[in-house]
Write a protein that binds this ligand. Structure first.
Ligand SMILES: [Mn+2]
Length: 223
């Protein structure tokens, strides 16, 4: 798998996340004793940061952070699953679950059977359900439609010219949610999950505070 490149100079359109580079950047801060709040809570759960940090400490930090990312990735996948089931339902042993038409209570009960509750506890599933209901209402208003058709995990594929090799490459991708409105317009929705709350009240004209974004996503663009 390769990222898309600019035809003009062959550089990647989206920066690639390179773990070694990320930790090289973070290490500069750590050596000065600077940790993000997330890092501090993860690496020093008792609240005590040692005065002197060793090579062994830094290696351990990297392992712990990578373990946290793995867990967050799995949680993100479960959340995407909830959204998918909500909009498209699920067929199990020939029985169709039309989650969207259920009451909130029924929905929670039935969804919980298919979600790893150790990764996503029931309260978070409830949040996700609320989010889906709001998204549905929002889309109906925004797209000025009474009935929307949903296509989850929609696979798209096609050919493109690879500017580096001048050969035709096959591209394949998956869209989280394709929505078809009353007038036949197609809308593309991509779900994003974050361990931090994006719903922070911000004064009009003010920027979202930096801590609202995952430091890893932010730093991917810094090198
Ligand atoms: Mn997504």
């Amino acid at each position: 798998m390769e990222g898309l490149r600019r035809a003009s100079n062959g550089t990647l359109i989206f920066p690639e996340f390179i773990v070694e580079n990320y930790f090289k950047e973070r290490r500069k801060d750590w050596e000065k004793g600077n940790f993000t709040l997330t890092e501090f809570n993860l690496l020093f759960p008792d609240g005590n940061k040692p005065e002197v940090l060793t090579e062994t400490d830094f290696k351990e930090f990297e392992t712990k952070i990578q373990e946290m990312w793995d867990a967050q990735g799995k949680i993100g996948t479960e959340i995407h699953k909830i959204m998918q089931y909500y909009f498209s339902g699920k067929i199990v042993n020939g029985k169709e679950f039309l989650f969207r038409s259920y009451s909130d209570e029924q929905l929670l009960h039935n969804l919980s059977r298919f979600i790893n509750l150790e990764l996503v506890p029931e309260e978070r599933i409830e949040d996700a359900i609320k989010y889906c209901r709001n998204l549905e209402d929002y889309m109906k208003k925004a797209y000025n439609s009474k009935h929307l058709k949903y296509f989850s995990e929609y696979v798209v594929h096609g050919e493109m010219l690879n500017p580096e090799t001048q050969e035709i490459d096959n591209l394949i991708g998956m869209i989280d949610l394709v929505v078809l409105d009353d007038r036949g317009n197609v809308h593309i929705i991509d779900f994003k999950t974050s361990p931090n709350d994006y719903n922070i009240a911000v004064e009009e004209g003010e920027k979202l505070p930096l801590y609202a974004y995952s430091p890893a996503k932010k730093l991917a663009f810094a090198y």
